[in-house]
Write a new protein. Structure first.
Length: 142
């Protein structure tokens, strides 16, 4: 086992390297990819790279296939850049963070109402009516 701080540094470095190297992949199946995170095991042998892809499930599947086919090149380049004895194997996992955020928003908004008036801003006509009522009430009192 290695130091947890060292493991975090290597994971961050793997994320940065893969993010920069993905731009060099010339596969037409590769979509708009964003590398969101990377995790590496304590023995620095296996790295999991999380990514997001814009598009429908078909585009996501195509991007997954493109990343799998470029895995060897990416592993070689990452291994050389890290300078480790063994290059970590790479596993790519689709990060559905946008879907999870949307689901949480829907759960929070389900059956909820805003506190207070539905329209907290009064129209100009309402203010004129209230001013006239106040003036009329003052005349009645005085």
């Amino acid at each position: 086992m290695s130091d947890p701080a060292k493991t975090r540094r290597h994971a961050e470095r793997v994320r940065e390297l893969v993010a920069s190297l993905v731009r060099e992949i010339k596969d037409p199946r590769l979509g708009m990819v964003t590398i969101t995170d990377a995790r590496i095991t304590g023995d620095l042998r296996e790295a999991t790279v999380y990514y997001t892809v814009l598009g429908d499930p078909a585009e996501q599947a195509a991007t997954q296939a493109a990343l799998e086919s470029a895995k060897g090149m990416l592993r070689t380049r990452v291994g050389h850049a890290l300078g480790l004895r063994h290059s970590p194997s790479l596993a790519f996992v689709l990060d559905n963070v946008l879907d999870h955020a949307k689901e949480i928003d829907e759960l929070l908004a389900a059956g909820k109402q805003y506190a207070g008036d539905p329209d907290p801003y009064k129209a100009d006509e309402d203010e004129e009516d209230e001013d006239a009522e106040r003036v009329g009430a003052r005349e009645d009192q005085g």
